[in-house]
Design a protein around this ligand. Structure first.
Ligand SMILES: Nc1ncnc2c1ncn2[C@@H]1O[C@H](COP(=O)(O)OP(=O)(O)OP(=O)(O)O)[C@@H](O)[C@H]1O
Length: 410
């Protein structure tokens, strides 16, 4: 269809990348062909961009429509990459907007710019393995092949992490203990424990608990000497709702566990009886120590999220009214929780085209309207907007992520 000629050119040029996504040499041989379509130069007219088209068309400058903002967005990657102290980047947003692709591409870019980097998925529905086209499951650090500096990936197994918490917590507030204590005439303490609702919390864990545990697990990893080397940690977080709950969860758990630990003294009066519930090996002291450790780690998670010197939350969105409305709420909540946020990636922006088919013209109109919303949004307008182009293939494998990263993190 002639009306979408530049898009079609991208389609034909990019398609082989999907097949050869892990073949660096082939991919790089394609790059010169891709570049003209993806490097936009602002023209003097604010809503138009100038693009040089070299394939299937005479070499000349065309005025093409674009939804891109008048000024080319720059992510400020220089600032992100500078310094050797450890920095944490948390990428989050509505489901399906491209969080994983953006997080993985940022990790690759850091590693290619000299930072030993760890990319972590705390989303219970992991897609890092799919994004890197490599098996990264198993809950341990797995090296990613390709980048110049070491890049490791970690997918936290939420079930396993939650199980750990469940074991400790059930021994300190689950129904088993409550029933037992009722039987022992210690109902009052049991009621107090029951009020903490830890049993319920674990039976139907709220969104956010998995992530809190996952992040605390990462902190645990990073405390050990062998992981000192990592200077950039990129988190691919779960969709917005989980993130918001995660932010308040450490406070909630901190309070709950704090109360349990206070009750510990009262419970110790019945130590010998309780020992039989906790079993021979697992003494009350052990369980209390574990809880104390968990509480400490939750406090660290909370501190990490709010540390302006080391942490930044990057919101990823797409140019639709729904996604931008959700991003606005996320941004406001992050600010309310004192989480540092200064960048907004608007992903999947239609590339410029000399003329559009009906579908593309409608889509472009929608995207332009959605971008306008950002400029008028009290929360989002203050963020640095980074525009990422829509490409016509799935972004899979290091070379593809490198390509995407070079177009986002400038
Ligand atoms: N700029 C882009 N151009 C084309 N496709 C893209 C782009 N960004 C992401 N995608 C595709 O969109 C799909 C969803 O991307 P991704 O998994 O990164 O999103 P997500 O926000 O992490 O999703 P989830 O919330 O399900 O974890 C993938 O198939 C990915 O290849």
């Amino acid at each position: 269809m002639a009306s979408c000629s530049s898009s079609a050119a991208i389609f034909t040029t990019l398609r082989p990348m999907a097949i050869l996504s892990n073949n660096s040499r082939n991919f790089h041989s394609l790059r010169p062909h891709l570049a003209p379509f993806l490097k936009f130069k602002p023209s003097s007219k604010s809503s138009l961009l100038s693009i040089s088209v070299v394939r299937k068309m005479p070499r000349r400058n065309l005025q093409v429509k674009s939804v891109a903002a008048p000024t080319e967005s720059v992510a400020g990657f220089d600032e992100m990459v500078s310094g050797t102290q450890r920095k944490y980047y948390m990428l989050g947003g509505k489901g399906g907007v491209g969080k994983t692709s953006c997080a993985a591409s940022l990790a690759v870019k850091f590693a290619n710019n000299g930072h030993p980097t760890l990319v972590v998925s705390t989303d219970p529905a992991h897609s890092l393995s799919d994004s890197f086209a490599q098996d990264l499951t198993g809950g341990t650090l797995v090296p990613v092949e390709g980048p110049i500096s070491p890049l490791f990936a970690l997918e936290i197994n939420p079930e396993k992490a939650r199980e750990e918490f469940r074991t400790v917590s059930q021994k300190n507030g689950g129904t088993g203990v409550k029933d037992f204590m009722d039987g022992m005439g210690l109902g009052m303490i049991a009621d107090q424990l029951g009020e903490l609702k830890l049993g319920e919390l674990l039976d139907t864990p709220p969104p956010g608990l998995d992530e809190a545990i996952a992040i605390s697990k990462v902190i645990q990893f990073l405390e050990s000497k062998e992981y000192n080397m990592f200077t950039r940690i990129v988190f691919d977080t779960a969709p917005t709702g989980h993130t918001l709950r995660l932010l308040s969860l450490p406070d909630f758990l901190d309070a709950s566990i704090g109360k349990i630990l206070k009750l510990r003294q009262k419970i110790s009066a019945a130590t010998s009886a309780i020992k039989s519930v906790f079993g021979q090996e697992e003494t009350q002291q052990n369980a209390a120590d574990k809880l104390e450790k968990l509480r400490e780690r939750m406090i660290k998670v909370r501190e990490l999220f709010r540390d302006t010197n080391s942490t930044e939350f990057v919101i990823v969105t797409i140019p639709t009214v729904m996604a931008i409305s959700e991003s606005s709420r996320l941004c406001a909540s992050l600010r309310k929780e004192s989480v540092p946020v200064k960048r907004l990636v608007v992903n999947q922006i239609l590339p410029p085209s000399a003329s559009d088919c009906k579908f593309c013209a409608m889509k472009r109109k929608d995207q332009t309207r959605a971008l306008g919303m950002i400029q008028n949004d009290p929360a989002l307008s203050s963020l640095t907007m980074i525009q990422a182009p829509l490409v016509d293939v799935e972004i899979r494998g290091v070379p593809a992520l490198q390509f995407l990263g070079d177009n986002i993190w400038k």
